[in-house]
Design a protein around this ligand. Sequence first.
Ligand code: AGP
Length: 608
Amino acid sequence: MCGIVGYIGKKPAAPIILEGLSKLEYRGYDSAGMAVFDGEKIQIKKSVGRLKVLEELTHDGATMPGVIGIGHTRWATHGAPSDVNSHPHYNEKETIAVVHNGIIENYLPLKEKMISKGYKFTSDTDTEVLAHLIDYYYKGNPLEAITKVMHRVQGSYALGIMFAEHPDQIFAVRKDSPLIVGQNEDGCFIASDVPAILKYTRKVYFIQNQEVVRLRADHMHFYTVDEEEITKEPVNIEWDADAAEKGGYEHFMLKEMYEQPKTVTDTLMPRIKDGDIVIEELGMSDDEIKAIRKVHIVACGSAYHVGVTAKYVIEGIARIPVEVDVASEFRYRNPILEEGAMVIVISQSGETADTLAALRESQQLGYKVLGIVNVVGSSIAREADNVMYTWAGPEIAVATTKAYSAQLVAIYLLAMKFAKVKGTISDSDFTAMLKDLKRLPDQIEMLLSNKERIQRFANRYIGAKDVFFIGRGIDYAISMEGSLKLKEISYIHSEAYAAGELKHGTISLIEKDTLVAAVATQDNLFQKTLSNMVEVKARGAFVLAVTNAGNTDIEKAADYVIYIPRTNPYFANSLAIIPLQLFGYYVAVGKGCDVDKPRNLAKSVTVE
Ligand code: AGP
């Protein structure tokens, strides 16, 4: 996601835009830019790098005089971070400037069409096509041009638009990506989010989908995509500035947990077309997929836990052997990669030193590497032979949640693609799995709405000393992530154990009231895990169980049960992890820990 700010009024626009963008850097920070009308023409300044680079480039806006402007801080999706890919984008005559947050899903066919009409593109972005389309439909009426483009564009967009021929107005447009407008005695404002304009006004209008706003220095008009004028009611913002940056949530981690339905949707939907899975960025033909003899997955931390789940899913449905390694082990193990092996590295930041080293090691051994990465243009994204992005947007909290969930659905898509091409899954099963995949965002949403119950349970364990997470198969992978979420932010010792392995030693640690979280989503292993729960309970443990709705037998062995909606067992990780994320979060909050910035940790471990 990116940050947008626009202003039109009596004051110099550039400083207001820069100040607003600085409040939105959490939304994206790999490049920034501004367009300001200087009385004669639109002046555009933009640069790769943090907002500070733009501030220095424009002397805090002093070199961009004018009272009407739009600005943008970017989180790259299409087109790596660079000066030319930074926003604003503009038409050839530089009389129309656009800033955009979202993804134009049909930008390629639109770009080809515009090129065939003689338009010249300078960037690799999806956004640039909007500037040329608006130019194409502009015959003197900005609103008409904008609405025509809206009828032709698919995807998500929040837009700020300005026209050199109409220096008395700017436009805000919204579909799916958030956008607000506001007004005070000095002018009118556009922003992606409240923090950018809270300093100027607490009375804002939340633009709804397919609405257009024309902002003038002293008033605003609202329209539908059919150019019908509408009236809207303002909302008074009660939040303080800090809370506003977190969208009203207490911590970025909670905000990002609640963004999971969207990040799962954003990662899934562009790759599901006409009942099939299309992963263009995979860079492999069907024959190359059929030739895969083994998959090596290498990652660290939570990304490694995704790899463990991926092993079960890929082996389960595509019947390809999978080996999963933590990158710090892989890189020094003198790894043996077989003929027909494929290497996948998973990384949110794309900068994790061990994972990057594992990628380079694999390439030195002559193997192509697929990166599943969240940060566009990051080192791993640049060096991997192919990149499958998780569209999770910037993840600020050190403890990953929304990127982890996006990585999970990325591997589900991969596994199903492999299975379909290799013919190891029937069409009916494939269709059923696709249906289950599409339901995940709503099911995650439903689980998140259950937070109060989890919070009450978590409050009982603020003083816990040791917590164990157990499971079998995919439930073991879920346990790994549940355990890490708890310990990394609450500082309570926790371990994940293959449930069948406990009796080989660790069960000696179980004593009265030791909390054991048992994950039992895999019906074929349910009875086995139930037995393990009975074993620990017999030794005094308090057993928290996470299982599928309907598995009420579990209440014989569990002291507290969290039921999750049923889905395909291969996808259960995406649902079972939600209550475990919330559990770890609320224990940490209850302990008064710094949830977003836990001690000793960094968001990206760029050193060994
Ligand atoms: C997860 O909550 C941790 N922040 C950490 O384990 C993280 O997953 C690991 O450092 C890998 O980071 P990456 O995905 O950016 O490579």
